[in-house]
Design a protein around this ligand. Sequence first.
Ligand code: ZN
Length: 138
Amino acid sequence: MDINMSMEEKEEFLKRVEQNGCWIWKGNVNSQGYGRFSYGGKLELAHRASARIFKGIVLEGRKDGTLSRVCSNPLCVNPSHIEVAFKKDVVRKALWSQFVKENPEELTRFRRAKIENKNELNRAYNEWIEKAHKKRPD
Ligand SMILES: [Zn+2]
């Protein structure tokens, strides 16, 4: 049996869900307020189970990945509301928004000039990273 493709597991999962845009978990909830899904003797957080069952995303053993919701409902298990984020992407995003915050003039200059390629902005970003001694994610 392919564990990702089990129809029975899918059905069992959906029995515990109320769908109204978000998929509200109606099954077991842990002390942190997250849904828990038990199937085949295995207990799993419901949003993780959802990502695995419906999207084939398995994060077990991967320390660099986290699952987050695009909605802010902790009981939502809608696979299309669940995104996988890898640490380096999170760091990259945070660095970029810090750069933009600290160097608004660079962005304004870039936009005003309507420069087609982003090389100049990237150069400014890279210089900022070096100057601020930021560690760049690989
Ligand atoms: Zn949702």
